[in-house]
Design a protein. Structure first.
Length: 711
């Protein structure tokens, strides 16, 4: 019998970690009173007072904070030093499954076809075009060349002009997601003087290709303004959003006739339209924001297709409205609401409309003939799979593109003819080091939650893995914002599976895996369902003989990192280890700070503890940082990025310090922070693999799994 949270493998009765002095974090108690409730935060000083400036220039970080973070990195390096060889092997395996000189299948647009590719050893994509029906590649932008000499580099949006003469492109070289936009002349290869800084990372051309629209970020990293910049001229303000609780973006239609300004929070939407040939026109409201009303706009020639939850359509329906007057009173239903069938997206074409929906927990594609209203499904053979709409750069076409994969089937890319109903396989994901699907088994289980709900669990393991409770397991979860985690092909996780792991995904409430209601049952007042669902999945895997609790490593990132902090507090005995990537663990303090980039837009998701004492107590009841207690926690590995504007670095830094101060037992709490990156981690496809190798090495170490693949 072993104490919950300890390393309980029968072959290793002592900790696999060396006995190394733990970094001490100075306590500087700071009190805050809200709604008459006073809290003390001993580690608030780790939040840089000049965080806005630091996101743009990390060198201005307080030296005391930097010294603390560097000490944390030294500690984790020492604790995980014995995994160096393992990490190198994992990296080599994962890299070996990537076709290094991979190339996309170009999408046709007018006289050209546009695509992207990687060179051997390259970290970043190259963007190219060929003549429409094939021919020599013309490289338009070389990501590796642009990244040269930079510690961090990430490409943003890429948009070629309608006349195919210029390229609008963005990049971030700090990891803070303050992007710079540039315009490249494709004839000369030179960038024009029309450079814009502090943008959201992408823009869109007007109808004449004489200028472009973009979002500008304010000092608090919010997209508060839309500008139009004529080439060679001064930017003109087109629209300013004064409510800090709303996100905003700008984009264009494929026919290049409309500019869409999309304004939304997590439950309310508003679109504004600008004719693309009249860029300085005042934006026209489609349907004014109404709390709880969501809609998306898609082009359809003389009509707009509108995907909406209006009139109680919880799982959404499709309307259409004339482009001449698309106000809500002119919306007409064409695809009715069907409870349990969640419509995810719509793509319009000249003669067809395609929608991606989810029913019975699985995605499906439906094609509709616009003239007759006839619809049909595109069918697939496997029991569990993932689909993606690749769409088209062209509107007047009978062909669209989609992708298909499962946990054992590499991604396949198809062109689909909507008239003949023929699918053409364009590409199958290559695994250069080899992949035999017959070696693996994929399953979908249904874990009973405490309230009787059945939570789907997707998993994959070697066919020969014993189902007797001895296998190690990595259990991944997210459970927020309605994001569904697909059961798709993942070459990286095979490095765990090949070492005997059961790799599993918990499709918990908070996502839309089982419809919109599944999302609503995991947010706000019902947020605790997300945590208890995840714990139920862990217990079901044990009950079904797939693993044992001391051999389960839980993993989640961002909002999924908050999930990790919550389940660690609620059921530390259920896990043998926890990996929390960029974890949103200081939920109450963040939601109480209206200056932070995402706080006001996040209130509909979590609640507003500033305005509501009820929301305050709700968040306080589960916020991981607030609920750290005297528990025997399993080993915890927290990962963060210094310039992350989404989950600021001080959230995991504070959480780790409080865990060490209050926990019982000897299991380590490890913190690794990338001082040259933000929310997405290291830039470059291979640098990201090195970070994944770190996570997997931790999982292998704490479970005592084989360090080499099984035969």
């Amino acid at each position: 019998m072993f104490t919950p949270g300890q390393i309980r493998r029968p072959d290793i009765l002592t900790s696999p970690f060396p006995d190394i002095p733990v970094p001490t974090t100075e306590k500087r108690p700071r009190q805050e009173t809200v709604h008459g409730i006073t809290r003390t935060d001993e580690y608030a000083w780790l939040r840089a007072e000049n965080w806005q400036e630091m996101f743009k220039d990390p060198s201005v970080l307080d030296p005391a904070i930097r010294a603390h973070l560097e000490a944390e990195n030294a500690y984790q390096a020492a604790l995980l030093a014995d995994t160096a060889e393992l990490r190198a092997a994992l990296f080599a395996e994962m890299k070996g499954r990537i076709k290094e000189d991979d190339s996309s299948v170009p999408l046709k647009d007018g006289p050209y076809a546009y695509g992207s590719s990687f060179r051997l050893g390259g970290q970043h994509p190259r963007y190219f075009r060929t003549p429409r029906d094939g021919g020599a590649e013309e490289v338009l932008l070389d990501g590796d060349a642009e990244a040269e000499g930079k510690a961090y580099f990430n490409l943003g949006g890429i948009d070629h002009s309608g006349d195919h003469r210029r390229l609008l492109w963005g990049f971030d070289d700090k990891g803070s997601e303050f992007y710079t936009l540039k315009v490249r002349d494709l004839a000369s290869g030179a960038d024009l003087p029309d450079t814009v800084t502090d943008t959201g990372g992408s823009g869109t051309w007007d109808a004449a290709d004489s200028g472009f629209f973009y979002t500008a970020l304010d000092p608090n990293h919010r997209p508060s303004k839309i500008f139009y910049r004529p080439l060679g001229g001064e930017a003109r303000l087109i629209y300013e959003e004064t409510d800090p609780g709303f996100f905003m973006s700008v984009g264009g239609s494929r026919r290049n006739d409309w500019i869409f300004i999309s304004i939304n929070d997590h439950e309310t939407t508003e679109y504004r339209l600008i004719p693309a040939d009249d860029p300085l026109a005042a934006p026209r409201v489609v349907a004014a924001r109404e709390t709880g009303l969501q809609y998306d706009l898609e082009e359809g020639g003389d009509v707009f297709f509108i995907l909406t939850n209006a009139d109680g359509a919880k799982d959404f329906k499709i309307m259409e409205a004339p482009v001449s007057d698309p106000r809500r009173e002119n919306w007409r239903e064409i695809v009715p609401h069907e409870p349990g069938r969640l419509i995810l997206s719509v793509v319009g074409f000249a003669r067809h409309m395609v929608r991606l929906e989810r029913k019975d927990g699985l995605p499906r594609i439906v094609v509709r003939d616009r003239a007759t209203g006839e619809e049909y499904l595109i069918s697939f053979a496997e029991d569990a799979y993932s689909l993606g709409l690749g769409g088209s750069l062209e509107y007047d076409t009978n062909t669209f593109r989609f992708s298909y994969s499962s946990m054992t089937t590499p991604t396949q890319l198809f062109d689909y003819d909507m008239v003949t109903r023929e699918r053409t396989l364009l590409k199958t994901q290559e695994v250069p080091s080899g992949h035999d699907p017959a070696r693996y088994v994929t399953r979908r289980l249904m874990a009973p939650a405490a309230d009787g709900a059945l939570v789907p669990v997707s998993l994959v393991h070697l066919r020969d893995t014993p189902i007797d409770g001895t296998a190690p397991c990595l259990l991944y979860g997210y459970g927020a914002y309605g994001i569904a985690i697909p059961a798709s092909f993942n070459t990286n996780c095979l490095s765990l599976v090949d070492r005997g792991f059961v790799y599993s995904i918990a499709h918990i409430r908070g996502g839309k895996d089982k419809g919109y209601e599944w999302y609503e049952e995991g947010k706000r007042a019902q947020k605790s369902n997300t945590f208890h669902d995840f714990i139920a999945c862990a217990r079901h895997l044990v009950a079904q003989g797939y693993t044992s609790h001391d051999r389960i490593v839980a993993q989640g990132g961002s909002a999924g990192g908050m999930l990790m902090g919550a389940v660690a507090n609620l059921a530390p005995e259920a896990f043998g280890g926890i990996i929390a990537e960029v974890p949103f663990v200081d939920v109450l303090n963040t939601m109480l700070d209206a200056t932070l980039p995402l706080t006001p837009p996040e209130w509909p998701e979590w609640g507003n503890p500033i305005a509501s004492e009820e929301d305050y107590w709700l968040i306080a009841s589960y916020a991981p940082y607030e609920n750290v207690g005297a528990h025997d926690y399993p080993p915890i590995f927290a990962v963060a990025g210094l310039t992350d504007p989404r989950v600021t670095y001080w959230e995991p830094a504070k959480w780790v310090a409080r865990l060490r101060d209050r926990k019982t037992g000897d299991n380590p709490v490890i913190f690794r922070i990338n001082l040259d990156a933000g929310h997405a981690g290291a830039s470059g496809r291979f640098s990201r693999l090195e970070e994944i190798a770190y996570n997997y090495a931790f999982a292998i170490k704490v479970t005592g799994a084989p360090r080499t693949p099984l035969p």
